[in-house]
Design a protein around this ligand. Structure first.
Ligand code: NAP
Length: 309
């Protein structure tokens, strides 16, 4: 069996070594612009070039080295008509839970305000926020949203969840579809976006929808930047309706130097690190899925092109 490994950032050698360790029977090949690809059974990709996609019509499936598929689906008709399979958790769920827990506790325990006070030498204990007034609303209840929901429940926050199709999660107030969005947002104090970027979710968090959050709300975005209308978020932060935001992802990455987010103290920025791909976990998962496909078994995490995730 021959597998193509390709990364747009060129850092593919560690993946080749990992595959050789996990699937020693497999020939792992790489590709460079202008080369003709030998026939391959499977392709494992991240940020592919168009010239490569055009040579993948014969593979049995394309695997992604990540959970998000928006960067691949943007190729549209140029994508070969073969199954697309993304990573499902593969070590990222616990990282998301860690990141979101840190951000929620920072706001709930008012550490952001204590950081400011300490800078000015102020010793000023603040009243504790009642937990029942700090409902956490998680948008997206998939492979990465669910561990976040569990972490929030562990700390005793009122938890709400929103997804495309209805869910029944013990201890969580769930809402679904566009008809559920309004009541979901109106009861939320801390909004966490775990949504994939699709035609339905792009710019979903605009002035209109963010304005429905409770006054003094917080926003945490760990999924994709283009879900937020960035100028609208800036307006709502300046008006005080949104008290703070923790953002890991942005419409343009790296976040450009003149972007107003950099100079807004109520916005905390990290460089798209909330959940990194764990190479070993990822390769083991892909190897298991290839084994399932080879024996005619179904696999999880198939991308639905019509839904965009
Ligand atoms: P997933 O398992 O596919 O779950 C997606 C969730 O979003 C599902 O619950 C789905 O609803 C919901 N959803 C999709 N479209 C919706 C819509 N129009 N309205 C309401 N809900 C909608 O995805 P995942 O593995 O949890 O990953 C989520 C995203 O995280 C990825 O797409 C990626 O963009 C991002 N990510 C970011 C990083 C980072 O480092 N920042 C790392 C990995 C992934 P249903 O359950 O009803 O289908």
């Amino acid at each position: 069996m021959r597998i193509l490994l390709y990364r747009g950032d060129g850092v593919v050698e560690p993946w080749v070594r990992e595959f050789e360790g996990v699937m020693p029977q497999v020939e792992a090949v790489t590709w460079k612009e202008g080369q003709v690809l030998p026939p391959c059974d499977y392709a494992v990709l991240w940020n592919p070039a168009l010239g490569l996609l055009e040579q993948l019509a014969q593979v049995k499936a394309i695997f992604l080295m990540g959970a998000g598929v928006d960067a691949l689906l943007k190729f549209g008709e140029a994508l070969p008509d073969v199954p697309l399979i993304r990573l499902g958790d593969a070590g990222m769920g616990v990282q998301m839970a860690e990141y979101v827990t840190h951000a929620v506790l920072r706001y709930f325990r008012r550490f952001d305000e204590y950081e400011q006070q300490a800078r000015h030498g102020a010793w000023n204990p603040l009243p504790q926020i009642p937990k029942e007034e700090f409902a956490v609303g998680v948008m997206g209840l998939g492979k990465l949203g669910q561990p976040v929901v569990e972490a929030m429940r562990h700390f005793g926050f009122p938890v709400r969840g929103w997804s495309r199709t209805p869910k029944d999660i013990p201890g969580v107030e769930t809402y679904a579809g566009m008809e559920g969005l309004d009541p979901f947002l109106r009861g939320t104090r801390v909004l966490v976006s775990m949504l994939p970027l699709t035609p339905d979710t792009a710019n979903l968090l605009d002035r209109h929808n963010l304005g429905k959050l409770q006054p003094g709300a917080y926003l945490i975005n760990v999924s994709r930047g283009a879900i937020i209308a960035e100028p609208d978020l800036m307006t709502l932060i300046r008006s005080g309706h949104i008290a703070g935001a923790t953002l890991d992802v942005f419409r343009h990455e790296p976040l450009p130097a003149p972007h107003p987010f950099w100079n807004e103290p109520r916005i905390s920025i990290t460089p798209h690190i909330s959940a990194l791909t764990m190479r070993h976990d990822a390769v083991r998962q892909i190897a298991d899925k290839i084994a399932a496909l080879e024996s005619g078994q179904p696999v999880d995490d198939l991308v639905d092109r019509s839904l965009g995730y």
